[in-house]
Design a protein around this ligand. Structure first.
Ligand code: NAD
Length: 388
C-alpha cells in the first residue's frame, strides 16, 4: 500500500512505518552520541509511545541502560487501516532496545482503566521487581472514570471571556484571527478530570499498594507554562486548570513518596511539536516564532534533547534536584529566557502573512509535524508500496 499523509484539522490520520523507524532512530542516535549516565534502572512510562513519553524512554534506555515498560493507547494494523503512530514507534523502540540487550515491554490499552493499571503493575513486578522511575506523560482528549463509568472530554478553551488572537493554520501557513468562546464550567471541570492529576494519583496509589516502587523511587508528570502571549488560551484556560491540578497532585504524591525515601516532581518542559500540541489554538504560531529564535541562538531542543537534559542535569546530578520556587523542575528555562521572550513578543507584534518567513520557521514546524508521523524523510520514496 502507498502511504501518504492524510491531514485533517491539524490531525494526521495515518503513519508511515519506515519513516517512524527513522524518527525514533534519530532520537536513539542522539542519546547514544551523548555521555552515558548513571541513571534509573527500571522505568515505567505511562504515555510512553509518542512525544515526551517515548523520548523519556529512549533517554533512560539508551542513555542509562534502563529496562522500560510503556503503557499507551495505540492500535496495531487492522483490516481497514495501518497501525497508529505510537504503535509503530513503540514496536521499533522495543526491537532496537532488545537488540542492545535492554528489556522493553509495550502495554497497549487505556491507562485510565483499572485493568491496564493491574496489567502494568503485574509487568513491573515480574520484570523489574520494583520501579525506580515512573513517568506520567499522558495527553488525552477523553477519560472514562473507572469508578463511575462516566466519560469526560477535555477541551482547549479560554475561561471567562472570548479569546481573540492571531493564529496560524500550521498546515497551510495561513494567518487568521481566531475567536474562541469561553468554556462552560462543565467543560472546564471535565478537562481537569481528563488532564489533571487524579489518574496520576490513582496510578501511584496502586503502585505503592502493590509494593512495586523501589526505595528512593521518583515519579514525574509533565507540564507546560508558556509565555504571557498564550496565557489566556493555555495557562489561564481549561488546560491550565488541569495543569494546576496535576501540580497540586505532585505535592500530595511527594508526601506519599517520602515514606519510601522518594519524591514526586512536575517537570515543566519546553514547547515542542507533538500530536497533542498541534491542536492547541495559537500555540503553533507561537511555536513557529519560538523555533526560529531558539535555532538562531543555538538553543533549540527536541523531545530527546529535553529528556536527556532532564535526567543528566536535573534528576541524576548526584546532588539535590534543582527546582523553582514552586518545587518544579524547569526544562523550559531556555524557552523562557528574557532575551528569547523579548524577541518572541516583538515578532508576534510584527508578523503577518507577507513577512511570515522572516519571523517564523514554519517549514521547520510543518516538517516536524510530518516527521513525527513518519513523513517528510528524503530517504523514503513515498510513492512506493509499504508493508504495514
Ligand atoms: P503526545 O500526544 O505526543 O503523547 C501522548 C501519549 O499519551 C501517547 O503515548 C498516547 O498513546 C498516550 N495516551 C493518550 N491517551 C491514553 C490513554 N487513554 N491510555 C494510555 N495512553 C494514552 O503528547 P505530548 O505532547 O508528548 O504530551 C505529554 C505530556 O507532556 C502532556 O502532559 C503535555 O501537557 C506535556 N507537555 C507537552 C509539551 C508540548 O509542547 N507538546 C510541552 C510541555 C509539556
Amino acid at each position: 500500500m502507498v502511504v501518504k499523509p492524510m491531514v485533517r484539522n491539524n490531525i494526521c490520520l495515518n503513519a508511515h512505518p519506515g519513516g517512524i523507524a527513522l524518527y525514533v532512530q534519530e532520537q536513539i542516535d542522539y542519546v547514544k552520541k551523548q555521555k552515558r549516565f548513571a541513571g534509573p534502572k527500571n522505568v515505567l512510562v505511562i504515555g510512553g509511545s509518542a512525544g515526551y513519553g517515548i523520548a523519556t524512554r529512549i533517554a533512560a534506555a539508551f542513555g542509562a541502560g534502563a529496562k522500560t515498560i510503556s503503557v499507551a493507547f495505540e492500535k496495531p494494523v487492522s483490516e481497514k487501516r495501518g497501525a497508529t503512530v505510537g504503535w509503530y514507534a513503540s514496536e521499533y523502540f522495543k526491537k532496537k532496545a532488545v537488540e542492545e540487550g535492554l528489556f522493553a515491554e509495550n502495554i497497549y490499552g487505556d491507562a485510565f482503566s483499572r485493568e491496564i493499571k493491574e496489567e502494568a503493575i503485574a509487568a513491573v513486578k515480574k520484570h523489574f521487581g520494583k520501579a525506580d522511575v515512573v513517568v506520567y506523560s499522558l495527553a488525552s482528549g477523553m477519560r472514562i472514570d473507572p469508578k463511575t463509568g462516566e466519560t469526560y472530554r477535555s477541551v482547549l478553551k479560554p475561561l471567562g471571556k472570548t479569546y481573540t488572537a492571531k493564529s496560524v493554520n500550521p498546515m497551510t501557513s495561513a494567518i487568521e484571527d481566531v475567536s474562541i468562546a469561553p468554556a462552560t464550567e462543565e467543560e472546564a471541570a471535565a478537562t481537569v478530570k481528563v488532564m489533571g492529576g487524579e489518574d496520576w494519583e490513582l496510578w501511584m496509589d496502586a503502585l505503592i499498594a502493590a509494593d512495586a516502587l523501589a526505595e528512593g523511587a521518583v515519579t514525574l508528570a509533565y507540564s507546560y507554562i508558556g509565555p504571557e502571549l498564550t496565557q489566556d488560551m493555555y495557562r489561564e484556560g481549561t488546560i491550565g486548570k488541569a495543569k494546576e491540578h496535576i501540580e497540586a497532585s505532585a505535592k500530595t504524591l511527594d508526601k506519599k513518596m517520602k515514606t519510601i525515601g522518594g519524591a514526586a516532581y512536575i517537570s515543566v518542559n519546553k514547547a515542542v511539536v507533538t500530536r497533542a500540541s498541534a491542536v492547541i489554538p495559537v500555540v503553533p504560531l507561537y511555536t513557529g516564532i519560538l523555533f526560529k529564535i531558539l535555532e538562531n541562538k543555538g538553543l533549540q531542543e527536541d523531545c530527546a534533547a529535553q529528556m536527556y537534559r532532564m535526567f543528566t542535569e536535573r534528576l541524576y546530578t548526584g546532588g539535590p534536584v534543582p527546582v523553582d520556587s514552586e518545587g518544579r523542575i524547569r526544562l523550559d528555562d531556555w524557552e523562557m529566557r528574557d532575551d528569547v521572550q523579548k524577541e518572541v513578543t516583538a515578532a508576534w507584534g510584527a508578523i503577518n502573512q507577507d513577512n511570515l518567513g522572516q519571523y517564523a520557521d514554519f517549514a521547520a514546524y510543518q516538517n516536524e509535524f510530518l516527521r513525527l508521523h513518519g513523513f517528510g524523510f528524503p530517504q523514503i520514496d513515498y510513492e512506493k508500496d509499504v508493508e504495514l
